[in-house]
Write a protein that binds this ligand. Structure first.
Ligand code: GLY
Length: 258
């Protein structure tokens, strides 16, 4: 069974962290409706969706991806690079405990899950404002024993590595060439987003389907023409909070033969 943890959109999302975006009003009802549509995509793709309860005083708590890196062998509870998000860890820890051995990133390390892109046995980690060298060092110390390597990747002008590049097939990436250099990912093909849609590189691959925000029609068209099964989802209110489609879930196999 594939589990997808999500979390109800916080009623305080209007006070979310913003780094590269101007603050705009967020329609909570619409954001929650869009989040339901996103969860429906996960159900349709075969996931068992477990929605965690709202954390009303944690504006960014819908973006569960940042709080953990779930591998087959271990889940790493991160230490988010922004202080306001560290309280989100308690409920994610409790949610993951039944499924994985847990490890933790500790001070002074910082790591956001949105900065960790797994390709096979390599974890690419963004050199962003949220994840520091000590966080990468601690991650490496945990995962190297399981046969993973950790590689630092430079990113510019965006929040997380996965704002700039995501996996759209086992051997294919979608990326924004202005924010990350695709040469950092050896041996993998890469498709660039449409130049008019810089934020379109955050896509979520589940069961061979690629969910992409509907507000990026040119990139959707580009991927569809290349044969990808693209499922547009309108997440316009969530993107005002500087979150993407990967950020809104933690997807993993319930039981893994190791
Ligand atoms: N608003 C998403 C984040 O900054 O973590």
């Amino acid at each position: 069974m594939v589990i997808a943890f999500t979390r109800e959109v916080s009623s305080s999302i209007g006070r979310c962290e913003l780094t590269h975006l101007e603050r705009q009003p967020i329609d909570l009802g619409k954001a929650r409706d869009q989040h339901r549509d996103y969860e429906r995509f996960l159900w349709d793709a075969g996931c068992t969706v477990r929605r965690l309860k709202e954390e009303a005083e944690m504006p960014d708590a819908v973006f569960v991806e940042d709080i953990a890196v779930v591998l087959d062998e271990v889940a790493i509870i991160t230490r988010p690079g922004t202080r306001s998000r560290r309280r989100e860890r308690l409920s994610i820890t409790q949610a993951l405990e039944p499924f994985r051995r847990l490890a933790r990133i500790r001070a002074p390390g910082t790591l956001d899950g949105g900065d960790v892109l797994r390709i096979g046995r390599t974890l690419y980690v963004g050199q962003s404002i949220r994840s520091n060298e000590e966080g990468r060092r601690q991650l490496r110390a945990v995962v190297s024993g399981y046969g993973y390597s950790v590689r630092r990747v430079a990113v510019v002008d965006c929040l997380h590595l996965k704002s700039a590049v995501t996996v759209v097939a086992e051997d294919n990436l979608l990326f924004n060439p202005g924010w990350v250099d695709a040469n950092a990912f050896q041996g993998v093909q890469a498709i660039a987003v449409d130049p008019e849609e810089p934020a379109a590189a955050n896509a979520l691959l589940v069961a061979g389907r690629v969910v992409l925000p509907a507000q990026h029609p040119r990139t959707i068209e580009r991927l569809s023409r290349s044969g990808f099964d693209v499922r547009p989802v309108d997440v316009s209110e969530l993107t005002k909070a500087e979150g993407g489609v990967t950020c809104c879930s933690l997807v993993f196999d319930e039981k893994v033969a190791i």
